[in-house]
Design a protein around this ligand. Structure first.
Ligand SMILES: [Zn+2]
Length: 306
């Protein structure tokens, strides 16, 4: 009997999610809630409405029962959800790597009710290809053809960064909207395919702001300082952990004004802009990283968050 009940429950959920996926595939572009007749249905909303490779995503989930915890699998990553009492729903930040091919992918939710019963729900999402530009850039030769000593330094940095990226906190630290770290014009967008000195190719994995040397740089949201030191390519670099696997990185600073382990508030000054590391001149490079994946900071700044 119990098996039957669960089985039909899952069938209904499956039907609902398939219908929703079909609606999405049919070109429906607005965020929609998946609802079935009766009160006990999962409602899922997300931003941005159109999902592309390189985009961060916020999932807002209202489960059919009160839960003590909620997590999800998404593109082979774990999504950590935090309950928001005001909206009676769970919020989890996630992302789509630049390398993700367009297609239909599931968000597989798993929760535990206050009675200890495990509940699950899957919902499919359409991911479309993003359009990113390409440019040629000239930098000092030591950044495209580093010497053995410089290679050694780059290798050390890699270890430092790997250690730092491992220490992220699944608990939410961000609070409210992410805000731009400086008030300035964007000089290069995320995802630009760059050719350095006609040789080295790379994808621009951040957002560049045109700011002169010495401009105050502020934290995009509340978080904890994971790294505050000079690196070869990044120059003076600050990394903030906002929880749920989400980090923001501030590169090429002329001065760092925070220490590792320090808690920072949204908008707090963390350093001054500069042109240290592999930079063509003074500017601020803002990067957003979620569980090892670089995401479009411009999209993160548009999300409406609780
Ligand atoms: Zn940059």
């Amino acid at each position: 009997m119990r098996f039957c009940g669960r089985y039909s429950f899952h069938l209904v959920l499956l039907a609902v999610s398939m219908l929703a996926a079909l609606q999405r595939a049919a070109g429906e572009s607005m965020p929609a809630s998946s609802k079935s007749r009766g009160a006990k249905a999962w409602a899922i909303q997300w931003q941005p409405a159109k999902l592309v490779n390189g985009s961060p995503v916020i999932f807002q989930v209202a489960p059919p029962a009160q839960l003590t915890g909620l997590s999800a699998k998404w593109l082979e990553h774990d999504v950590f959800f935090t309950y928001d009492a005001a909206s009676r729903s769970w919020y989890g930040i996630a992302g789509i790597s630049l390398e993700t091919h367009s297609g239909i992918y599931p968000l597989e939710l798993k929760g535990t009710t206050s009675r200890g019963i495990e509940v699950s729900f899957a919902r499919k999402f359409v991911i479309r290809p993003a359009k990113y530009p390409s440019v040629a850039v000239t930098v000092a030769k030591r950044y495209t053809e580093p010497s053995p000593e410089q290679l050694e330094r780059i290798h050390q940095d890699k270890t430092v960064k790997q250690d730092v990226f491992r220490q992220t906190d699944p608990k939410r630290e961000w609070l409210g909207k992410f805000r731009p770290p400086v008030d300035a014009r964007v000089s290069d967008v995320f995802g630009t395919r760059r050719t350095f000195n006609g040789k080295v190719q790379s994808m621009h994995q951040g957002l560049d702001y045109a700011v002169p040397q010495g401009t105050p740089v502020s934290a995009a949201n509340a978080g904890t300082v994971l790294l505050a030191s000079p690196l070869y390519f990044e120059g003076n670099c600050v990394v903030l952990d906002h929880g749920q696997g989400l980090l923001t990185l501030y590169l090429h600073l002329s001065e760092i004004k925070v220490k590792v382990g320090e808690r920072v508030e949204s908008g707090q000054e963390i350093g001054l802009s500069g042109g240290t590391g592999r930079a063509t001149g003074p500017h601020l490079h803002l990067a957003v990283r979620w569980e090892g994946v670089y995401l479009n900071p411009a999209t993160l700044l548009t999300l409406k968050l609780p």
